[in-house]
Design a protein around this ligand. Structure first.
Ligand SMILES: C[S@@+](CC[C@H](N)C(=O)[O-])C[C@H]1O[C@@H](n2cnc3c(N)ncnc32)[C@H](O)[C@@H]1O
Length: 253
């Protein structure tokens, strides 16, 4: 148990987390405390190197992303990788580091406003729980502010990563993107419109067997993500769809 205490930091934080999930019962955390878990090492390395934050739900969702990136590396399909929603680059760094270690030959396209945080909410993004006040809206928007130059510096070890600053979907208008085909796309933009626009752009450009990971699917804070995905899948009919119990979803095209 001492290992776990050290892993989770000061006791107060530890106890807050244990109310959410008793990590001492999960083999992955016990192994990580002994320095033997590749995923958690990658997650924390990316977090440290991008100045990002941590929470147990994110650890769960990023584990899905990590497995999907590992699968693409080991088995394909071939194709580029893209991410919509980078913030400070936590998920970008983790995936890029994995691809680099595996000698992956493709390009990794990354899209984010890199300034004003989230775009405007539509009625489909309202939770109905007090998030319509100007202050709540401003706080949520500003909490995702990120600095382009700082993110670029953090991701400098990965020359195959290109950062595209601007609002989705206008920022998809970059040379070569429309002609590319994709093996893996990570959509983590929180809101209805950019999730819908990202799906509309990337889904038809996935190679057969290509994987789309949706970060916010099932979030009570960001209901627009699930709405956008459900609406799109009602017409797209993917080969496989998996919803994670603790938020997030995977689409195999
Ligand atoms: C939850 S954060 C992404 C988290 C990131 N994947 C990580 O690993 O920390 C959501 C991001 O989506 C971006 N975003 C939201 N709406 C956008 C839009 N319409 N165009 C571009 N970026 C957008 C925000 O700037 C924010 O950085």
């Amino acid at each position: 148990m001492r290992f776990i205490r050290r892993l989770l930091g000061p006791k107060k934080k530890n106890e807050a987390r244990k109310r959410v999930v008793d990590v001492e019962r999960i083999d992955r955390y016990v192994r990580h405390a002994e320095g033997k878990d590749a995923y958690l090492s990658a997650y924390f390395e990316a977090m440290r190197n991008t100045g990002s934050n941590d929470n147990i739900f994110k650890q769960n969702r990023f584990f899905t992303l990590y497995q999907m990136a590992s699968r693409v590396l080991a088995q394909g399909p071939a194709g580029d990788v893209a991410e919509c929603g980078c913030w400070r680059g936590h998920s970008t760094y983790m995936v890029a580091n994995l691809l680099k270690a595996g000698g992956w030959p493709g390009h990794f396209w990354v899209f984010d406003s890199f300034e004003g945080g989230l775009s405007d909410k539509t009625p489909k993004d309202r939770t109905g729980r007090g998030d319509t006040s100007p202050e709540a809206t401003r706080n949520q928007k500003e909490s995702f502010f990120s600095d382009y130059d700082a993110v670029k510096a953090s991701l400098a070890p990965f020359p195959f990563v290109s950062l595209h600053k601007g609002w989705i979907p206008a920022s998809f208008d970059v040379p070569g993107l429309a002609e590319s085909r994709f093996a893996l796309v990570h959509i983590d933009v929180d809101l209805y419109e950019p999730t819908r626009d990202s799906l509309e752009f990337f889904y038809p450009r996935m190679n057969p067997g290509g994987i789309i990971v949706i970060d916010d699917y099932g979030s009570a804070l960001f209901p627009g993500s699930k709405t956008a995905v459900d609406e799109y899948l009602a017409k797209a009919k993917p080969a496989f769809f998996l919803e994670s119990h603790l938020m997030g979803a995977v689409i195999v095209v």
